[in-house]
Design a protein around this ligand. Sequence first.
Ligand SMILES: NC(=O)c1ccc[n+]([C@@H]2O[C@H](COP(=O)([O-])OP(=O)(O)OC[C@H]3O[C@@H](n4cnc5c(N)ncnc54)[C@H](O)[C@@H]3O)[C@@H](O)[C@H]2O)c1
Length: 286
Amino acid sequence: MPVVAIVGAGVIGVSWARLFAGAGWQVRVSDPRPDLAEIVERQLAGLPVTAVADLAAAADGADFVQEAGPERIELKHEMFATLAANTRDDVVLASSSSSLLPTAIAAGNAAAARIVIGHPFNPPELMPLVEVVPGAETSAGTVAGAVEVYRALGKVPITLQKEIPGFVGNRLQKVLNDQAIHLVQQGVITAPDLDELVKVSLGLRWATIGPFESMHLGGGPEGMRHLVTHVGSQMTFEIGRPDREHLDDVLGEVEAAYGTGEQSDRERAAERDRRTRAVLDALEQK
Ligand SMILES: NC(=O)c1ccc[n+]([C@@H]2O[C@H](COP(=O)([O-])OP(=O)(O)OC[C@H]3O[C@@H](n4cnc5c(N)ncnc54)[C@H](O)[C@@H]3O)[C@@H](O)[C@H]2O)c1
């Protein structure tokens, strides 16, 4: 049984642990938090997962490392120094980081060639995408190794050709989220109505085809070439920006619509996961 060391038992680490365990890996989860054993017992019950608080011990003998610790560069440097010193020189060290660049994470690390971003969408156990992002010193073998592992887990790894803040998924998401906040702040639409609008239009469309194929179809037989020169050429309005100094009204609207607190969060996450599974199942059936 191959062994994976998961670094961090937070939202993302626990979900990675479930995914690897379900795919036949022996999982070690490492985290300095005092309730690590309880988390493993409660959230990963019945799975081949062991709590190993000490990072060096968790890394020792592992065949793959998936880091999901806090998003702070000095902590990533510390964690990756320990990982570099305690793993074989053929082991891929993947970071789940959403916002730190791989070259920055690997700076000064003796195993920089083995460090790569493997950025999931939350929750990794359900969302197919893993963005694989090499840094300046990442070797081609590391990228290939990461892609192979993610494919074997049933994920869809997509390798970026170069690093950029936010990678691709979150850059696209930021454009839409910024515009959503702006439209609510401008009084154009309510937050729940905007959510509904996206679910019954763009969300559904993008679950089946991406923006480029969609533009190509939108232009008819002449495709995207027609679209950009006709309808597309009239979309010249300014799109504005959110007012980040005055977010209280928007936040209040979202909280009133969806609630706050642990129970509400758990219930909504469960409903999101149920719906995500239903869409994935339907798409598999074609
Ligand atoms: N939350 C998301 O939606 C999301 C999505 C994709 C990627 N990510 C990335 O995944 C990583 C983890 O994010 P999260 O949301 O799970 O954070 P989180 O705060 O829920 O979990 C981080 C965990 O790391 C632990 N930790 C602290 N110091 C540590 C150390 N020295 N060694 C090992 N573990 C340590 C903490 O105790 C905590 O349990 C971040 O890099 C983040 O950018 C998050």
